[in-house]
Design a protein around this ligand. Structure first.
Ligand SMILES: [Zn+2]
Length: 586
């Protein structure tokens, strides 16, 4: 765990204008900076960065956050990776709260990254000297340029070739990288009379594909046999550097193209990624011997709105596609699209693009099956859709899948489609599944009509965000209700618990994953349009006054109603005192 105080410190030292400016050309616009939004397609700039408040907001697509969230979204990094990246940029070391798991990688990491880099250089050098390996790549149509783009190399035949680049072949760090293996039993060692014989290279006589993280550091390798031999593909084991379920092969190289083409293509093998890049399709990534995981999907959705899965045409490929679908459903976000592309049974992406070329491949991709179509199609195939029994079986099969979707629009559309297919109404389907009905239009109406109290509360919230210090002036007996009031209470409570003054960026970061995030983002966006001359304190006191006045009026009205019913005698002593006090005021 990274200490919270460090996050605040980091945000205070960073300048978001610098951070964003590294990736997006910013122009001064009044008190703020603006640019065309890097997260959605637009012609006139609605992406705004506030230098004084240290956050960004897009008035087009609503993205909102701090320097940390920008780096996460833009580079597709995790929170910890983004913090490390930003801290390194200003020469800070990221401290860790003591937790065995979290502390280990950071202590071991720098050293291991260097070892990996040494191995990359060694394997690349070996590739230049191995005619069989060069011939193999030539046969597969891989140019020197593409081989270099992916840092491809060759691990020669033999058991201890890595003694050459690594003087200390016995070091425990080398074992930690997964580049060498140690035999469990030491029978061989004894035969040799040398304990050193127990250690040997993991990759032998294989084309080497470095696996790179989002920051461009090599964290593992994939190795493919040249011709025959098993296993065909061999990956680095999981190490402190490399966690299979979180990494995608080729993502580092593909990032730019994914953004530019607004699509990410997920394939099964490294050779698919390389062959596609060779043919000008540079936005492909591959899973690393695992099914597509929720992490993979989240990573890709940070970069693009459209993900297409393209697996081999064989049975294994179809199974992989279904697993991808199952893991995608809970990650669905409205406005994001998923497609499933199925190649003819005899093809994989590598062979298809080599035989038919880029255009044919991209045509297939455009025609890929949408997620809902694929889901319903696959399920329908498992039952007899001509009978009532079949339709009821379909509903049963679809239930766990449909209930795993949380995105409202996607869920609504899929429920409608499934209901129509099974010959029931959407409401019947929802009752059957015990689901709450989705009624999107209703929600919108309630959102639009804001009570006068709510708009006053929002004004109050804006003042607090503009000048967090004002939390001290909030009445201690704050007793308002509703979402705005709850957010104000939560914000004030947190602000008052902080020892140091708090920046707007720190507020965003703290509340990012909470129920208050949306409301806060909305009001922070309003702040961008207020000038720095905005007098938050005066406004704050004015709003408090009118809130108090409204509250008094309400209490007075309630007491009056009671008096009309029961006379003054019906009031308690306390109520009578309050009534007198209220009637004296105005
Ligand atoms: Zn935008």
């Amino acid at each position: 765990m990274i200490p919270k105080s460090f996050i605040q410190d980091l945000l205070n030292r960073l300048d978001i204008v610098d951070v964003v400016g590294r990736y997006v050309p910013l122009k001064k616009a009044g008190a703020n900076f603006s640019a065309c939004c890097p997260f959605h397609n637009e012609k006139s700039p609605s992406f705004t960065v506030s230098a004084s408040k240290q956050f960004y907001h897009c008035f087009g697509c609503g993205v909102h956050g701090t320097a940390i969230s920008f780096v996460m979204e833009h580079l597709g990094l995790s929170f910890v990776e983004a913090v490390e990246e930003l801290a390194r940029g200003i020469g800070l070391n990221v401290p860790r709260e003591t937790s065995v798991n979290a502390a280990m990688p950071s202590r071991a990491a720098p050293d291991l990254y260097e070892l990996m880099q040494t191995a990359v250089r060694y394997y690349r050098e070996q590739l230049k000297q191995s005619q069989p390996a060069i011939d193999y790549l030539k046969r597969r149509g891989v140019s020197g340029e593409v081989a270099a783009r992916f840092g491809m190399g060759y691990a020669p035949e033999g058991w201890q070739n890595l003694r050459q680049p690594f003087a200390d072949y016995q070091s425990s760090s080398l074992l930690d990288t997964g580049l060498v293996i140690e035999r469990e039993d030491d029978a061989t060692g004894e035969q040799n009379g040398q304990s050193t014989a127990r250690r040997y290279d993991r990759f032998r006589d294989r084309i080497m594909f470095p696996i790179v993280n989002a920051r461009g550091q090599v964290i593992g390798f994939g190795g493919r046999v040249l011709d025959k031999g098993t296993p065909k593909y061999l990956n680095s084991p999981e190490t402190v550097l490399f966690e299979k379920g979180r990494e995608l092969y080729g993502l580092y190289q593909a990032q730019k193209a994914i953004r530019a083409n607004r699509i990410a293509l997920v394939v099964e093998g490294y050779m698919d990624v390389v062959a596609l890049a060779q043919h000008g399709i540079e936005y492909a990534v591959a899973t690393l011997g695992t099914a597509t995981t929720p992490f993979h999907i989240q990573k890709l959705l940070r970069l693009t709105d459209r993900v297409v899965f393209c697996f081999d045409g064989d049975a294994a490929g179809r199974r992989a596609a279904w697993r991808a679908l199952e893991n995608t459903l809970p990650q669905l976000v409205d406005g994001k699209q998923f497609g499933f592309l199925f190649l003819p049974a005899e093809h994989d992406p590598d062979s298809y693009v080599r035989e038919h070329g880029k255009e044919a491949f991209e045509k297939l991709q455009r025609e890929s099956m949408p997620l809902s179509g694929y889901l319903l199609n696959e399920l329908s195939k498992q039952v007899d859709m001509h009978t009532q029994e079949g339709k009821s079986a379909l509903l049963k099969l679809a239930q766990p899948l449909l209930t795993s979707i949380t995105a409202p629009i996607a869920a609504l559309l899929l429920r409608k489609e499934l209901a129509a297919l099974a010959g029931v109404s959407q409401v019947e389907l929802e009752v059957l599944y015990g689901m709450e009905s989705i009624a999107i239009p209703k929600r919108r109406v309630t959102q639009k009509i804001a009570s006068p109290a709510a708009s006053n509360l929002r004004a109050l919230l804006r003042c607090l965000l503009f000048k967090p210090d004002l939390a001290r002036q909030l009445p201690a007996d704050w007793e308002m209700h509703g979402p705005e009031a709850d957010t104000i209470a939560a914000l004030a409570e947190w602000l008052l618990s902080q020892e140091e003054p708090v920046s707007t960026a720190a507020i965003i970061q703290h509340f990012q994953e909470t129920a208050h995030a949306n409301l806060l983002a909305k009001e922070q966006a309003e702040i961008l349009q207020l000038g720095d001359a905005f007098n938050a304190e005066d406004e704050f006191l004015d709003v408090l006054k009118s809130l108090r006045k409204a509250q008094r009026k309400q209490e007075f009205d309630t007491l009056n109603a009671k008096i009309r019913g029961t006379g003054m005698g019906g009031l308690s002593e306390q109520e009578r005192a309050l009534y007198l006090q209220l009637s004296r005021r105005d």
